[in-house]
Ligand binder design. Structure first.
Ligand SMILES: Cc1cc2nc3c(=O)[nH]c(=O)nc-3n(C[C@H](O)[C@H](O)[C@H](O)COP(=O)(O)OP(=O)(O)OC[C@H]3O[C@@H](n4cnc5c(N)ncnc54)[C@H](O)[C@@H]3O)c2cc1C
Length: 633
């Protein structure tokens, strides 16, 4: 196979659409929210903690905590290496097999125990989180659990549980957010008993230390409904096999010890038993794996938020400037308050989403995507505020602070480590696109054929029938609801007004999306900022509901203080929702787009004078130091 040209926009969409889960495996609060329905019953009462599971997890959590207290994170950050003794200790305590069932040698703990463990690890060391999470959230154990045959589970789980590190290899130089550009490929040989794998993967976390890789590769196209379709298949690859080569270890601004690299495959013979789930199902497998894998980041970001909150509030109370602790000055006080309120909401979102996933019979893909997007973005603001509150000490490294006798609080490292959260496992933009696609799905299925120029007369007539059946009842009902009834949702006490707001604005959101579809028709797809504002409103309403539901549950158990945090969070979220509705179609979207095109054409290059260009390489080495692998077999 020769080097592939880049996929067109349509091809990229077709590949993503073919891999999309078109069926819903259960109800979803967020899916209904975008249709203007506030299904509180789906998320409230807030999932209760499973005390038996907490007791089962306690010995492991205790060992992990004791280990983390001893970990020298400054050394890990400085050297860019996690010592083998640490990895071995993690292996010995079962940290590589937290969710792997006990019958296969794992700890057999629940997803919520797993994410709590990751939150604790993150509060100490992001590089360790990357190691454990790349293995268990997206590495082999998770897809093996979801899609592996019994034989594959018996073969790989015991190794993985003992600490055979695994990695997830999807990204390539040309295939970042867009897997349609994937060039790594495999062809059947030996009467299809083996596949010959060739290509190169980029930024594969754990790849430089892994024994097992889950590699997504293109396999020969298939004809589906008379159309040629790109196929992607998932292969389990042993890094010890001939032809697997670590070409480069990547280094980053943060997560200094992440074991991330470029992995090349040259005529690697993969036995057919190492195909996971089936030929052509690899992209769907990868996307479903990411859907659940995405539950880890929201929890770990919330864990990081708690550590930053503790450091910030302590400093805000201790540090006296201008005659008072800095936390008494309003500008700092508001940061501390919002940090606490947002951390509370982030943990509520994460806990709710994990709880829904564990409850089963619930489709969490939208909730997980919002949790990933919302928590990583709020988490970033928290690091930023924590650094600001610590002032110069926030910018100083913990080693330098220690050397001059101050408490070595590693805010600077936390900031470097956390920026990537908004990029990997689905960037914020890709999360918004994914959520938006699902948000309009019902309208799309019902009415799209009416405006689709390729639809036949029969398809248009069928669509008209669907429209006539759905909208005359759905639309008027979006104007009336419990949120308009004073005193409703009284079970939420002081927070009832926020729940009423969420109900009213869920209906308003449903109407706004419908109006946008009528107003913009198929052009809505191109208006990302309009879609993204709809997504952001949905995310805020979900976050408010999660926070209120959690606070109601906690207050009932005697923790009344939670009400104040949920209340403050909701007040701020309401202001954001109001702004988003006010700006729904954008006051200057078109102007921004126009100027962006001018800027990219170079029309305003005159602005860039008097600088040393970042584009120029002082060593004059414009060409890459090494040639990428050719895809020719
Ligand atoms: C530290 C680190 C660890 C990683 N670990 C792994 C791993 O273990 N396995 C793995 O397979 N990959 C891994 N990745 C890859 C990571 O998932 C990708 O970086 C991510 O998918 C984004 O791809 P990209 O960086 O090529 O960005 P691009 O796809 O080039 O996107 C660049 C920017 O454009 C935006 N953008 C792209 N398309 C659109 C669009 N249609 N609309 C609007 N905005 C758009 C993106 O959001 C982003 O902001 C890792 C990356 C890093 C840096």
């Amino acid at each position: 196979m020769a080097t592939q040209p880049l996929a067109s926009e349509q091809e990229a969409r077709d590949v993503a659409e073919a891999a999309r889960e078109s069926e819903w495996s259960g109800p979803s609060f967020v899916r209904d929210l975008f249709l203007g329905r506030f299904r509180l019953d789906l998320v409230d009462p807030y999932p209760a903690e499973d005390q038996a599971e907490i007791a089962r997890a306690a010995p492991f959590m205790h060992t992990l905590e004791e280990f983390l207290q001893r970990v020298d994170s400054e050394m890990i950050d400085r050297t860019g290496e996690i010592p083998e003794e640490y990895v071995q200790e993690l292996r010995d305590m079962g940290a590589f097999g937290i969710k792997i069932p006990t019958e296969y040698g794992g700890l057999g703990l629940s997803y919520s125990s797993y994410v709590k463990a990751m939150a604790m690890v993150t509060s100490k060391d992001g590089s360790l989180t990357a190691l454990l999470s790349a293995h268990q959230s997206i590495g082999l154990p998770q897809p093996l659990k979801l899609f592996g045959s019994e034989e594959q589970k018996r073969k790989f789980f015991p190794r993985l549980a003992k600490g055979a590190i695994s990695a997830f290899a999807l990204t390539e130089v040309d295939a970042g957010s867009d897997p349609a550009n994937m060039h790594t490929h495999a062809e059947p040989i030996d009467d299809s008993n083996h596949w010959l794998l060739n290509g190169e993967k980029l930024w594969c976390t754990n790849g430089t230390r892994a024994e097992l890789l889950l590699v997504m590769a293109r396999t020969p196209d298939a004809v589906v409904h008379g159309k040629q379709r790109k196929q992607i298949t998932a292969f389990i690859v042993e890094t010890s096999w001939p032809g697997v080569e670590i070409v480069h270890r990547c280094r980053f601004m943060g997560l200094k010890a992440i074991e991330n690299g470029v992995i090349r495959f040259h005529n690697v013979r993969v036995p057919k038993e190492n195909i996971l789930w089936g030929e052509g199902k690899g992209l769907k497998l990868a996307l479903i794996t990411l859907n659940t894998g995405r539950l880890t980041l929201p929890a770990s970001v919330a864990g990081g938020g708690k550590a930053l909150l503790q450091a910030s509030r302590t400093w805000a109370a201790e540090r006296v400037q201008w005659g008072a602790p800095i936390g008494k000055h309003e500008a700092v006080a508001q940061k501390v308050a919002m940090m606490a309120a947002n951390t509370y909401a982030m943990e509520a979102i994460s806990g709710l989403t994990v709880g829904l996933a564990e409850r089963g019979n619930y489709d969490i893909r939208l909730e997980a995507a919002i949790a990933k997007m919302y928590n990583t973005e709020h988490g970033w603001h928290i690091v930023d505020d924590a650094l600001q509150i610590r002032g110069g000490r926030g910018y100083e490294t913990s080693e330098s602070l220690r050397a001059r006798g101050e408490r070595p609080i590693p805010i600077e490292r936390a900031m470097r480590d956390s920026r990537i959260n908004l990029i990997f496992e689905g960037s914020s933009e890709i999360m918004r696109l994914f959520i938006a696609r699902e948000a309009v799905d019902h309208h799309f299925k019902t009415a799209f054929a009416l405006v689709d120029k390729h639809a036949s007369k029969g398809e248009k007539a069928a669509a008209l029938g669907r429209v006539m059946r759905f909208y005359p009842t759905w639309y008027p009902a979006r104007w009336i609801g419990r949120g308009q009834v004073p005193g409703s949702f009284a079970q939420f006490g002081k927070l009832a007004g926020h729940v009423r707001f969420a109900e009213r604005h869920a209906r308003k959101l449903g109407r706004a999306i419908f109006h946008a579809m009528v107003r913009l028709g198929p052009k809505l797809e191109q208006r990302q900022l309009v879609l993204f504002r709809a997504v952001d409103i949905g995310a805020e309403l979900f976050a408010m509901t999660a926070a209120c539901s959690r606070a109601r549950s906690e207050a009932a158990q005697g923790r009344k203080e939670a009400i104040a945090l949920a209340d403050l969070f909701c007040r701020a979220a309401r202001v954001r929702v109001a702004r988003l509705f006010d700006d729904f179609y954008g006051h200057y979207d078109r102007e921004m787009y126009r100027v962006a095109q001018q800027v990219m054409r170079g029309d305003h290059a005159w602005l860039e004078t008097g600088i040393i260009s970042m584009l120029e390489d002082p060593e004059g080495a414009d060409a890459p130091a090494r040639q990428p692998a050719t895809n020719a077999v």
